[in-house]
Design a protein around this ligand. Structure first.
Ligand code: PEP
Ligand code: MN
Length: 356
């Protein structure tokens, strides 16, 4: 072919490309409008029947030279790009999203500002076992300068025959000790019926990994106006984790902190696999504070310190760790709780790193 002929045909191709681009952009705008409408009506974005009928109609009208399969493939790409456009729009609209709120959410817990410029240390026993036990930990935390204490009163145990926690009595112990030492407290609540009364005893309600998908509990947590510490589910994706937080925010409670606590993988060298990458991803995608629980994620005291440093270097707003006055006698997680002395060494090592 002569060059002039090729040039002319190429000119025509350029025009068609422009026409296709204009049509694709116009189509994308309509897709977005449909997405907003579907969002309002609460109907799913992906409609396989509609896709199938559009593809069938196109193939019937296909006169070549493309094969029917090629037409299906090309249009399927357009449909997929349209769906992800709707999903990106959906994410931007989430209350947890950084696109919706640029500024970091800061949760004030006494003198600690979680999500602020200074990361916090949260420590305490796995379970509240007795007044004496909690008091011993509280005294140690106070003298180390730690102001937020954790302690489980309602324990979601794997076996029904294991210690289930002291329940309400456990919350009362936390309150008594926290009042004496001027500490802020965090404890897990597992029953939606206890969410409202929890505020009389503790400062932060923890929703545990096993309950991250308990939507009635999340809704109840959204109804109160106190901080919620939401743990990542055992096998939850980051997207599922953020949507669980969205349940709480969507009911008006904006004081939510996210905590990575390890996920299930094939690896057995640690109790769970600490997903460090979740920290910067959550910080990018959401304005909520992000903490890391080094105890439940690793289950290994020997690597708490490097993992805590890695978490802080990755941008975590705080660390949670379990401490017990006499771990071998602990009624839960005996293997993985630090003694008071070990905690002091751990805390000093993190402070020396300059990350806290
Ligand atoms: C806890 O923090 O007490 C606890 C039970 O952890 P998780 O829900 O992460 O297993
Ligand atoms: Mn524990």
């Amino acid at each position: 072919m002569e060059d002039t002929k090729i040039d002319a045909l190429r000119g025509r191709i350029d025009e068609i490309n422009q026409g296709l681009l204009d049509l694709l952009s116009e189509r994308a705008q309509i897709v977005q409008e449909i997405g907003f409408e579907k969002e309002k009506q609460g109907v799913p974005k992906f409609d396989p029947m509609r896709e199938k009928s559009m593809l069938d109609a196109l193939v019937i009208r296909n006169t070549g030279p493309f094969e029917d399969d090629t037409i299906r493939h090309l249009f399927k790409q357009i449909f997929q790009a349209s769906l992800s456009l709707q999903q990106t729009e959906h994410k931007k609209q989430l209350l947890v999203s950084r696109k919706r709120q640029q500024a970091d959410t800061i949760i004030q817990l006494g003198s600690a500002a979680i999500g602020g410029s200074k990361p916090v240390m949260i420590a305490g026993p796995c379970s509240v076992e007795s007044y004496k036990q909690v008091r011993a930990v509280a005294a140690a935390l106070k003298s180390a300068g730690v102001t937020v204490m954790r302690g489980g009163a309602f324990k979601p145990r794997t076996s029904p025959y294991d210690f289930q926690g002291l329940g309400l009595e456990g919350l009362q112990i936390l309150k008594e000790v926290a009042d004496e030492f001027g500490l802020q407290t965090i404890s897990e609540i597992v029953d939606p019926a206890h969410i409202e009364t929890a505020g009389q005893y503790i400062d932060v309600i923890q929703i545990g990994a096993r309950n991250m998908h308990n939507f009635e509990l999340l809704k109840a947590a959204g109804e109160v106006r106190m901080p919620i510490l939401l743990k990542r589910g055992l096998s939850a994706t980051i997207d599922e984790f953020l949507h669980a937080a969205e349940y709480i925010l969507s009911r008006g409670n904006t004081q939510v902190m996210l905590i990575e606590r390890g996920i299930r993988t094939y690896e057995r060298a640690t109790r769970n696999t600490l997903d460090i990458s979740a920290v910067p991803i959550l910080k990018q995608e959401s304005h909520l504070p992000v903490l890391v629980d080094v105890t439940h994620s690793t289950g290994r005291k020997d690597i708490f310190a490097p993992c805590a440093k890695a978490a802080l270097a990755a941008g975590a707003d705080g660390i949670m760790v379990e401490v017990h006055p006499n771990p071998p006698t602990a009624l839960s997680d005996a293997q993985q709780q630090l003694t008071i002395e070990e905690f002091n060494q751990f805390y000093a090592a993190i402070q020396r790193s300059g990350l806290l």
